[in-house]
Design a protein around this ligand. Structure first.
Ligand SMILES: C[S@@+](CC[C@H](N)C(=O)[O-])C[C@H]1O[C@@H](n2cnc3c(N)ncnc32)[C@H](O)[C@@H]1O
Length: 256
């Protein structure tokens, strides 16, 4: 059997299906608005977007008054798309670079008021995630906020692997599957889909990794799911996921 494509190849190949200027993917409704809420006031902030993709979250942050945003992503095609989608009229200084955030990277400033990693850690092993959690901690300004989201670790075990959101556990169990790659797909509301993957971790793996990487305060955690508003908007699209835990959001604050 052929080796699965690398994460970089997956995203280089489908950058055009991620490119968007409005909510279209399932998680644009069920997760990203909650990330913006958890980031708090953004006016005048300097923001680091780890695993920025084609820049959708960066553009939302820029539209909320951030002073600067630096996004970094493994996929050169995603970064090219992000660069070409920088709004003309933004008052925010936006820059994007290609790079692997689990390796040493150079950043345009020492400290950021906000660090965000939206669905990045599901592409990293537990050891790589510890590196990146340490990087976020090292570069968060005093009093700053770090917000990240991941697929809910229980999700693949709680419903059949079907549209509009799925991961194939390849018969791994919840505990023995840690660090195994589950290939998945997520749908857009127009009926097309994108390939995603999840390097599986248990819930306690996230807390252990935060502790190992030096974070000491309790994160605020939210288990994100389909809401009555989603169901009212598009019952056919969101209905199959009703009641399932889709994503986890973690929010941490650096000490003042
Ligand atoms: C699910 S996409 C999310 C993109 C963006 N954060 C968003 O919310 O639209 C995950 C992104 O993580 C990037 N990624 C995966 N592993 C990475 C790594 N080691 N370093 C940097 N980016 C990575 C992928 O290239 C991809 O663009």
């Amino acid at each position: 059997m052929a080796d699965p494509p690398s994460t970089r190849a997956i995203y280089d190949e489908q950058a055009d299906r991620w490119a968007r200027s409005e909510k279209i993917l399932l998680s644009d409704f069920t997760a990203r608005p909650r990330v913006l809420e958890a980031l708090g006031p953004l006016d005048g902030t300097h923001v680091l977007d780890l695993g920025c993709g084609e820049g959708y979250v960066s553009r939302l942050i820029a539209s909320q008054g951030a002073a600067s945003i630096f996004g970094i992503d493994l996929s050169e095609e995603m970064v090219r798309t992000a660069q070409s989608s920088i709004p003309q009229d933004t008052g925010c200084e936006m820059a994007f670079a290609a790079g692997d955030v689990s390796e040493p990277i150079s950043l345009p400033r020492e400290n950021f008021d906000r660090v965000v990693a939206v669905f990045l850690f599901n592409y990293l092993s537990r050891a790589q995630m510890i590196q990146v959690l340490g990087l976020a901690r090292a570069h968060l300004a005093p009093g700053g906020r770090f917000v990240f989201t991941v697929p809910h670790p229980c999700f693949p075990y709680m419903r059949p692997a079907t549209a509009p959101f799925m991961f194939d556990t390849d018969d791994h169990g919840y505990f023995d599957g840690a660090d195994s790659t589950y290939e998945g797909r997520m749908w857009r509301r127009d009926g097309s889909d994108v390939s995603i993957r999840c390097v599986h971790k248990t819930v306690s793996d996230y807390f252990d990794a935060l502790h190992t990487s030096g974070w000491r305060q309790l994160p605020r955690v939210a288990e994100l799911h389909v809401t009555p508003e989603h169901l009212a908007l598009d019952p056919d699209f969101f209905g199959p996921l009703e009641g399932a835990p889709l994503h986890m959001l973690f929010a941490l604050e650096a000490e003042p």
